[in-house]
Design a protein around this ligand. Sequence first.
Ligand code: DP6
Length: 362
Amino acid sequence: MTMGYDFRFTHFEHDHLITAFTTSWSAPSNIALVKYWGKKEVQIPCNPSVSFTLRECRTQTTIQFDLQSSKKEEILFSIQYEGQPAPSFAPKITEFLKRIKPYVPFLTHYHLTIDTCNTFPHSSGIASSASSMAALAAGIVALEEKLNPSLTKEEQTNKCSFLARLGSGSAARSVEGPIILWGNHPESPNSSDLFGVKLAVYDNVFASYHDTVLLVDQGQKIVSSTVGHNLMHNHLYASTRFEQARENYSQLLKIFSKGDLVAFVDLVEQEALSLHAMMLTSSPSYLLMQPNTLRIIEEVRAFRKKSGLHLAFTLDAGANVHLLYPDAEAEKTRRFIENNLRQYCQDNALIHDRIGMGIKNT
Ligand code: DP6
């Protein structure tokens, strides 16, 4: 980040604002290896996290900005999903725009017409907040760049991640790829609590990774991530969990540079189960895994023992299972998934995805 650039945009006058601008962006989802779970105000993570950016699971968003005759108190918008009015999305976007207003004050002069859709089914149980907030932030930064062409590429990327984070923490990790760090850690001097950064050093094997998402439950989550994060306040194990994540982050940097797949599997699975252990031991406690989640975990572990391959599972805040494996093992692993695991998916549904590179102007 350029020294002194503090994400605020100050220099503009109404006369210099462009009257209309339309921009379209596609942003991917991501899957965390070291999990973000627990935050402080506003959207500051309690521990650093690391993720693979995905390639296929994406949100595509077009924003039309229309200059208003005068500045408004709030940022005005309308929202459509797949071409239809989507009032249920409005509260999250209202909150997002409220949070980002100090950093993009020029938006109070515009009305935003937002049109969005996902490449994955909205009801698949796949979290779309990361991809949708990253796509929205990308469109807003594109307007800022029009108004302030001196904004460098690096500033644009960082600002996009910074704004996306204010919409949803994990969205900070959806702007770039293939491997993103978010949250301060002494071993990564460029890391920040405010935006995601790329991991620079990793063995090539990781750039080949696949992520097959097993859709165990395609319904709405019973407890939202926001509520889950809040339950980390006063959680009996919170400080130990944050320490564990910091240590795992540090281990993961070593694993990435050595290409140690055995250690990778251990760490990723421990992280997933630690995340769910936090849910099981919060007050009130809750349980997002389902019987088929556990069956899949057992099968993956038995397959690994028998085959000597490096298939790992990880979990989001839900019942679905992400299966991570290197390209060199894809053929055998895919056969196992088809023969043994597809049966545990609701309507036999799964999504084959791969590690990817972040936002695209479309
Ligand atoms: C379990 O980013 O969805 O997926 O900041 O409240 O929007 P908010 O939470 P969100 O939390 C993601 C939690 C997770 C782990 C992760 O992606 O790191």
